[in-house]
Design a protein around this ligand. Sequence first.
Ligand SMILES: [Zn+2]
Length: 253
Amino acid sequence: MTPASDSSALLPLYTIRPLPLAYVSQDMGNFTYRCNNGRRIDLPIFAWYIEGGVQRVLVDTGANAEHLKKYRGFDAVDINTFEDALLRVGLKPMDIDVVIQTHLMIDHCANTRKCGRARVVVQQDELEFALAPHPILAPTYIRELFMGLNFHLVDGHCEILPGIELIPVPGHSPGCQAVSINTAKGRAVITGMCTVRENFEPPAGVREFMPVIPPGIHLDAVEAFNSALRIKALADIIIPVHEPALVNVDRIP
Ligand SMILES: [Zn+2]
């Protein structure tokens, strides 16, 4: 077990509560670069509640079927409304103090505006990119979902709250960040970049030449590969943001 920092014994011990919101029908090749092309999968979209601190913190606010259909034309079905998902942890959207955005692609920020009291923490270069995205990623950034939010901009690696660190993981998008959370079982890392478990544990036949698989959707595949490697080296518990097996998990750890 790796402590989140030298003083981790003094830090809060958090629990991560996966809040699944919707399934979206996708080609697995969008998630595992050069692997699984043509394989359809119902991929879950999550928000993550960080339980155990003074502040009420969400990592991402996900998206629901209506957003995915309206803005992307995707075939999607709801698991829970955002409001019902939050009720599972005893909260309403206006109770949230802090939303940490791993990045600003549609499937990570579509409900953020509902958290009207929250500070919205994002890397400065992610917001800059979201406002003027490169054409190859432009369809995944929907201005009206994030314009005018109460942004708190950060620049690089920082501890945003005791035991909660933001770790830049560029490549998927320029300002993508992972979130490292101090838990009773070490450092849990919400990957930020749109990945599943297989990205970090490649199957036989792939792992012999790639210890991690970069996300299929990326601005820079090599940077995304290096970011995934960093997460793998750092984390005691990896939480890939679209991992199907986490839909039925109530708490981590
Ligand atoms: Zn995603």
